[in-house]
Ligand binder design. Sequence first.
Ligand code: ADP
Ligand code: MG
Length: 255
Amino acid sequence: MLLTVNDLRVTYRVPGHKPVEAVKGVSFQLDAGQALGIVGESGCGKSSLAKAIIGLLAPASGEVLLDGHPQTGRHPRDIQMVFQDAAGSLNPRMTVRQTLEEVLRVHRMTSPGETEARIGELLDLVGLPGKVLGAYPREISGGQCQRVSFARCLALKPRILLADEPVSALDVSVQARILNLMRTLQRELNLGVLLISHDLAVVRTICDRVCVMHGGEFVETGKTDNVLETPEHPYTRTLLAAVPDVGRAFSGIRV
Ligand SMILES: Nc1ncnc2c1ncn2[C@@H]1O[C@H](COP(=O)(O)OP(=O)(O)O)[C@@H](O)[C@H]1O
Ligand SMILES: [Mg+2]
């Protein structure tokens, strides 16, 4: 199994406050070439889970295994993460070319003679034209910034792409294109994709399976179609009702 998450818990301790248990024992598995969705409303612990998986946060307990081996807090190159605020996650003082050159250089992914060709490959992978190379983040669109974020991740040849609300800040038409890109990358590069969103409609476009998260726990997990057609947990029905088109398609469902 590519990624195994076992009983992961994240607790925030703020002096003078009660500890916040943001993730309360979450377990799941992800294989290469699969797309798994994690869906739940704001504040349910999705980003905390993502940060613990990638090693940005130390979990209170539980384990994250890659190919069955424990990850020891290090930020593993095999898992790369894209964020909601694509423009904000890029260095505003660096052109697209500099951003990609830097990641290739710092991680020694290419020798100097290969860098230019690899940058060209990365642009092709994410569907960006060569003319964006000289642009700064503020000079390109939000969707293009998100494509640059994907290219920067792919530069490291990850096996898992973890996307935390990757389209929430984008126009609906751009959302569809970015989700299509994710599906293409999943298939062509056989990536494991973890797509986190508050929006069930986003998750269902590319995810084979979905985990519904509520109050720090997974309350329902299954094939996306099954979960949509026969939701078992009351919270899943509430989520479905909040998605207009899904709600229409499953109008027999009453919360
Ligand atoms: N740095 C932090 N310190 C204290 N509490 C936090 C911190 N980050 C998140 N939380 C709390 O943890 C819970 C889960 O937050 P988060 O993982 O960001 O949820 P989501 O991504 O689903 O919106 C929320 O109650 C939030 O207020
Ligand atoms: Mg979040």
